[in-house]
Design a protein around this ligand. Sequence first.
Ligand SMILES: Cc1ncc(COP(=O)(O)O)c(C=O)c1O
Length: 398
Amino acid sequence: MNGEELRERIHREFPDGIYLDWACTSGIKPPGCAEAVYRALCGTTSNINRGAYSKENQAGMNIFLLREQLRLFFDAPEDAVPVFTANVTQALDAAIRGSVGPEDHVIISGLEHHAVTRTLTEIGADYSVIPARQDGSADPEAFEALVRPETKAVVLNHASNISGTVNPVSGIFEKAGRHGLLRILDTAQSAGSLPVSMTKLNTDILCFTGHKGLLGPQGTGGMILTQETADRLKPFLTGGTGSESAVYTMPEFLPDKFEAGTLNLPGLAGLKASLDWIGGQDLRKIHEREMDIAQKFASAAEALPGLSIAGGTDYSGERCPVVSVIFDEAAGDPSDAAARLDEDYGIMTRSGLHCAPLAHKTLGSWPRGTVRFSFGPFTTPEEGRAATEALAQIVNRT
Ligand SMILES: Cc1ncc(COP(=O)(O)O)c(C=O)c1O
């Protein structure tokens, strides 16, 4: 099939385009999410924790139920409490800025996002990167040697937003716990894709975002922690909470200690509806289907001249369905390829550097970056095949 014929066929079969940027945000929401956001804005609406009327109590109850739903979803300890923020970036900021000062040292993996590396740089804290294994994940054997007397925390990305590579969190955090270090986990890519157990992963603060694998609206996210852990942190955001209003300092108790200001209640209503939808699915099956698409796409892409896959082509183990294609000089520029995918075929991807320069260095895709294809619960095998054919035509210049 020549270029013109393929372009025509793809546009005919996928008139709305092919969304392959799920690692960035869930571009398609499940049934019920948009309706829940709409309902939360209809008629007389209210805040929570502030007014003295039953409507507020009902709104407060919905948020209480969502906290419990999230606690169970992440298999968090019974006394852990989800605190809401606008996204995982704010949650990581709250956890890191609340515990780390310029005099402290922090240990991180080589797969971290700017949500961690920029924050540590802005704080001025010294940090060490755990040496990586072949696939880019942190080597647990290399962890212990990095611990110093001034080490305060370990921050790990559960799964890379470039390669889907999963860090061996449980083992590293288990060792970190023996040194009394605060263990902070970024689940931006894993939540909703892989099973994430805060308990099994030996995590003190689990940070999540609502709009990626949890399929909720943008502007939702948070961190889950116990009161004991909260006592080790300073509040990063300060202001009114609707509680202890006579006192000029922040309340010490959860979730109020970290929830100054009004929450994004319509967004959280949408997140709740998305979690309800996820709760009715077999997540393992969805993940298997996404990984099958990722595996086939990665193998086909790597067979094309001048292309390789960040983190390797093996998607059979624990990994997220994110495939970043590295272009050598002769194969062309990743950003040009992504522009052609969109303009000529209606295929939506992300190109260049993905807010994670450290991870690009670890995975060998620095400084040109990649074209990232990421698959989600509504991606079909036909869409994966169309992306393979389009990429082949772009690279082969046919
Ligand atoms: C691993 C990782 N951490 C943090 C973030 C930041 O997510 P958000 O923009 O929802 O705060 C992302 C988003 O791309 C990510 O992939």
